[in-house]
Structure formats: C-alpha cells, structure tokens
Design a protein around this ligand. Structure first.
Ligand code: NDP
Ligand code: OXD
Length: 315
C-alpha cells in the first residue's frame, strides 16, 4: 500500500485527509505531524511545509502543491532536490479565477462601487456608461488562469491583451511577451490584471513606475489594477501613493505581502480599494484530492506526471 502525507500547518489537514481517503481508498493517508515512519511516505501534499519535514521523507516519489501557485512549497529552503513537484491545474480552480477576474473587471467597468455609494445616500444618478469594447484589459501572466480569463473577457467584448515570459498566440487576444513587450502592453491597458506567479522576476513588479506606464486615455482617465496573483508582486506603498495621487483610478486586491492583511493597513479603508481575503480561486478539498488521486493512479501505472513545476523558473 502506498502512503500519502498532508503537511498543511496553517490549515486543518483532517478535512483534506477525509477527502483523500474517499478519492483514493487504497492509499494510507496520514496528516503531519502524525506521519509515522518518514521513510515510508511515498507522496506528500503540502502548503507552507515547515523546514526539514519534506526533507525527512527519504522515500518520497512526488511532491504535490495544494495550489496552482508553488511559492508556498519552493519557500522551504530544505526541499529535497530531484523529487518532482506537481501543481494544481484543474477546471474548477480555473473557472473560479475566471469568475473573480470577470466579476472585478465588470465591477470597475460598470462603476458598481459608485452605484453602491449612491444607493446608500439615496441618490438617483443615471451617469453615462460605456461599452465593454471601449475598455482595454491587459492580463499579466498568460498561463492556465490568464488564458481562460482573457478569452472569457474577450467574449464579453472587452479589448484584451496579455503578457507572458514566452510568446503566445491566442484567438481574440493581443499577445505581448518578455521585457521588450511590456511597455507597449502597459501603454494600451486601462485595466491591468495580474495572474503572475511569485518568482524573483515578478517580485515588486506592480510598482509606481509600472503604474505610470499604463494608459490614461481610457473612460476613467486613470487605470485600474486587479491583483489575484501574489502579494509579493505589489509594492503596497507605491499602490497607495498612486491611488492617492489619482494615478490609479481604483484597485481590486485579493493577495497581499502579509496575509492575513494587518488591521492597520490603509487598504482596508481606502475609498478606491476593493479587497478580498485571498479567495479569488479557492482550492476545493474534494476537487483537489480527486485531481491528486488521478495523478497518482496514472503515475503508478505509467510513471508519467502532468503539470510539473520547473524549479529553475520558479513556477
Ligand atoms: P501558469 O504557470 O500556468 O502561468 C503563469 C504565467 O505567468 C505564464 O504565462 C508565464 O509565462 C507567466 N510568467 C511567469 N513569469 C513571468 C515573467 N517573469 N514575465 C512575464 N510573464 C511571466 O500559472 P497559473 O495561470 O496556473 O497561475 C498563475 C498564478 O496565479 C499562480 O502562480 C498563483 O500565484 C496565482 N493564483 C492565485 C490564486 C488566488 O486565489 N488568488 C489561486 C490560484 C493561483 P510563460 O507562459 O511564458 O511561461
Ligand atoms: C493557489 C492559491 O495558488 O490558492 O492555488 O493561491
């Protein structure tokens, strides 16, 4: 019997273990710190594992990330070399992210916050609205999540572009890539959405200099930022300063440098900020356990794994 270990110090692993037992009844499922003999663990699924725990699993075959992002795993400086890391790529998670991106692009586009304020004050103000085709959305990160969101936004009529590390070709989406493509991409973008992974290259990328390169000829006279990638990408003082100075019209932020977001953060009360507690695309335990169980079944039959992480790229 193969054995499987959850290492999730910041979540209750019990619920995940119950789902995993349903998805793969033949696995011996354990939850850290109750892991038995570490040398007998074949598979581990982790999120923010404490140092040396994964390393102690000397017979480990595969590491599963319990999210699409893998920074929470790669952060472990003691991670053993040579063990493959598989991340989540599942239609359920992708659709949740697309819902989030579409919701917040539409929220800014249809000025829902202004309408909410007017309703609270009993103000009937039928201000002019504009067509989706008058708004240019730019998505940073054209991976699994970025591509899906881009295509759904294009279907709604928005002018959509995307930016990635390597060149892409996507129907209905203008694609830019690399450092050479960034400024042109930013200059045509009214609503910037980040769905980038956290890597040394993307650290702090959402800063004042980048914000100043965004288009100012859109319907709101200043751009909007939506970040559902990772908090490490945002220079939070720069974003607040850009909002205060009117260089940003508004922002929706799902991720933060420190999570939970500290009570004293100005993001909580800023009138132009909509914030959510890192829930853009939740990992549903039943869905993710089925996904992991399927990967293990294929791996035990064929030795093949999909959605492998490239450690040298960091995603
Ligand atoms: P993918 O690995 O499929 O896509 C990542 C994209 O980012 C790729 O297009 C990649 O380019 C691009 N990219 C990476 N580095 C750079 C760079 N330096 N410059 C330009 N482009 C770059 O990831 P997913 O789409 O599945 O997920 C993206 C991220 O979303 C996750 O890493 C995670 O951080 C975040 N996330 C957030 C959630 C939330 O609830 N807020 C939930 C799930 C994920 P290329 O295509 O050329 O490789
Ligand atoms: C993920 C996340 O990476 O939930 O899946 O942030």
């Amino acid at each position: 019997m193969s054995s499987f270990l959850f290492v999730t110090p910041t979540w209750d692993g019990g619920q995940w273990a119950a789902e995993m037992r349903k998805a793969a009844p033949a696995l011996d499922v354990r939850v850290w710190p109750d892991m038995g003999d570490p040398a007998t663990v074949d598979y581990v699924a982790a999120w923010l594992p404490p140092p040396n725990v994964v390393r102690s699993l000397t017979g480990l075959k595969v590491i599963f990330s319990l999210g699409a992002g893998v920074d929470a795993i790669l952060k472990d400086p003691t991670l053993p070399d040579g063990v493959p890391i598989v991340r989540v790529n599942d239609p359920d998670l992708t659709m949740r992210m697309t819902e989030y991106v579409v919701l917040h692009v539409l929220m800014h586009h249809r000025q829902q916050r202004r309408l909410d304020e007017n309703q609270k004050k009993g103000i009937w103000d039928g201000f002019p609205t504009h067509a989706a085709s008058g708004l240019r959305v730019g998505i940073m990160g054209l991976g699994v999540l970025g591509q899906d969101a881009a295509q759904k936004l294009a279907m709604l009529g928005f002018k959509v572009a995307g930016w990635s590390r390597t060149p892409k070709h996507l129907d209905g989406v203008q694609c830019y890539s690399g450092a050479g493509g960034l400024d042109t991409f930013l200059a045509r973008t009214d609503i910037l959405v980040s769905l980038l992974p956290a890597t040394p290259e993307t650290d702090g990328i959402l800063n004042r200099a980048l914000i100043r390169k965004l288009a100012r000829s859109g319907p709101f006279g200043a751009p909007v930022l939506i970040n559902a990638g990772r908090g490490r990408q945002q220079d939070e003082d720069d974003i607040l300063a850009a909002l205060d100075a009117g260089e940003l019209h508004g922002a929706t932020l799902d991720v933060f440098r420190t999570e939970p977001l500290p009570k004293e953060s100005r993001f909580w009360t800023h009138p132009r900020v909509t914030l959510t507690p890192h829930i853009a695309a939740d990992s549903d335990p039943a869905v993710i356990c089925n996904y992991v169980a399927q990967q293990i079944a294929v791996y035990e039959r064929t030795g093949q794994l999909s959605n492998l992480v490239d450690r040298s790229r960091g995603y």
